[in-house]
Design a protein around this ligand. Structure first.
Ligand SMILES: [Zn+2]
Length: 472
């Protein structure tokens, strides 16, 4: 086997250059946004032209897809829509660096010790979990990483951070904690480790979401983070622990992403911790698509990403109406161009300008909406499990991406698979779920195989991966 083409740690000169580049981009982004909507639109247009010209020249996939279009840079609406299935099937041809190949990337991803490290010494790679179908593999170049870093810096100056208690953050050493699925190269943990490798002076720690809640609580109490980032369902559980007096943190700000954050959950988390919750809208295809403001809107980083709410036939959905899906164009990453990509989220564009005064377009997202499952242990204790932990356990054990965990009773879970996966995946998934429940003190909870296929909720048509008893 040939040696893997990646460096264990980034070169210090490369690190310094990357930080300088992110700082410059953050300053440029603030300046552009300060000039208003026309300047943002002009920046978007310039980045779009550069991206499309680059993709046409260097990506055989896009060259083929766009071969019947006029020469030059076509208008966005004239470009065909692409899907994850198509891009993954044409992986090598999709990438604009001809040295990248799917086999080699898979070899890199096979080593879990390398999460967040550089592939070929220059790229960061992450996978999407694929609970909604095909898993994705996304390669990010230096320019994209600098843009994502810049957007985080820009967010820190936004209205959502206005109430952040910076002296409290400094008093706690600026420690930052992430509670997430850390068993594979997922975008959140890969990005976290990349920043930790690149900025060793920052105090950052991650906690596995699959740990029993009391262990996460004990870990956070001992670490005393000033910032905590996680999924809304996890932050809501932590908020209950804080309110019950088992968790006693004084965070300066919390970061929520990866799932829809409702206004009620947002407010409950803020009340429990007494600090702002910043809502981030991101995806493996574009790490920071938008961020929440104090008015509860999500503002699209439209100088770095284009979000088109569309109907089933990919025609624009008018503001105020819920779209069937959104088409995403990531203007930051050139190595793997995402151009009019069907992201699958349903969004509603705002009808007017947001009261916060931001010149960026505002949207509301209806995204992942899996349930938290409350199970009863033998001694009567209620143990609540977050959907991300349950799905991670099943995916990790069975390498399966189309399944459903349905709660049948206070002490019973059933697993459903697509017919094609059932025979192969059922055994490993049931064993892994059994072991996971045992670790949570839920030995009395039964885990069964349901021979039916995963089924959408009859009321809203949504296919949830995790369905709680309360919903049924
Ligand atoms: Zn706003």
């Amino acid at each position: 086997m040939e040696p893997l083409p990646f460096a264990r740690l980034a070169d210090p000169l490369q690190m310094a250059a990357a930080q300088w580049s992110a700082a410059t981009l953050a300053a440029q982004t603030l300046l552009t946004r300060g000039l208003g909507a026309a300047a943002i639109a002009a920046t978007q247009r310039q980045r779009y032209d550069t991206l499309v010209a680059h993709a046409r020249l260097h990506s055989p996939f896009y060259r083929r897809r766009w071969r019947r279009l006029p020469a030059g840079v076509p208008a966005l609406v004239d470009l065909p829509v692409v899907t994850k299935q198509e891009l993954m099937a044409a992986f090598d041809d999709w990438c604009t660096d001809r040295a990248i190949d799917a086999r080699n990337v898979a070899q890199f991803l096979g080593a879990r010790a390398h999460i967040g490290e550089r592939y070929r010494g220059r790229y960061v790679v992450w996978t999407s979990s694929g609970t909604t179908g095909t898993p994705g593999v996304f390669v990010q170049d230096e320019a994209a990483l600098a843009a994502y870093d810049a957007l985080v810096s820009v967010q820190l100056t936004g209205s959502a951070f206005a109430e952040c208690d910076w002296p409290a953050a400094l008093a706690q050493g600026g420690r930052a904690a992430l509670v997430t699925a850390d068993c594979d190269h997922f975008a959140s943990i890969a990005s976290w480790r990349r920043v930790a490798h690149g900025k060793p002076w920052l105090d950052m720690r991650s906690f596995a979401v699959t740990l029993p809640l009391p262990d996460i609580v004990a870990g956070l109490n001992a670490y005393r983070p000033a910032f905590i980032a996680s999924y809304p369902t996890v932050l809501a559980l932590l908020a209950d622990e804080q309110a019950a007096g088992r968790l006693h943190l004084r965070p300066a700000a919390l970061w929520a992403g990866g799932e829809v954050l409702s206004r009620a959950t947002h407010d409950a988390i803020e009340n429990a911790f007494g600090c702002p919750v910043i809502n981030e809208y991101g995806a493996s295809e574009c790490l920071t698509i938008g961020y929440g403001c104090r008015e509860g809107s999500l503002h699209v980083n439209s100088d770095w990403a284009i979000v088109e709410p569309v109907d089933r036939d990919h025609r624009p959905t008018p503001p105020g109406e819920l779209s069937h899906t959104v088409l995403l164009t990531n203007l930051a990453n050139r190595v793997q161009p995402i151009v009019r990509y069907d992201l699958g989220d349903r969004v509603r564009a705002a009808t007017g300008r947001c009261a916060c005064g931001s010149p960026l377009p505002a949207i509301q997202v209806e995204g992942r909406c899996d349930d938290v499952v409350a199970l009863t242990a033998r001694d009567g204790t209620i143990v609540r499990l977050v959907p991300l932990a349950l799905t991670t356990v099943v995916e990790e054990a069975a390498d399966v991406h189309r399944f459903q965990i349905v709660q049948r009773a206070a002490d019973c879970l059933a697993l459903r698979f697509g017919a094609a996966d059932r025979a192969r995946a059922a055994g490993p998934a049931l064993r892994a779920l059994r072991a996971y429940l045992d670790r949570q003190g839920l030995r009395n909870v039964a885990v069964l195989l349901d021979e039916r296929n995963p089924r959408p909720d009859p009321r809203d048509g949504k296919l949830r991966c995790v369905v709680a008893l309360a919903r049924r």
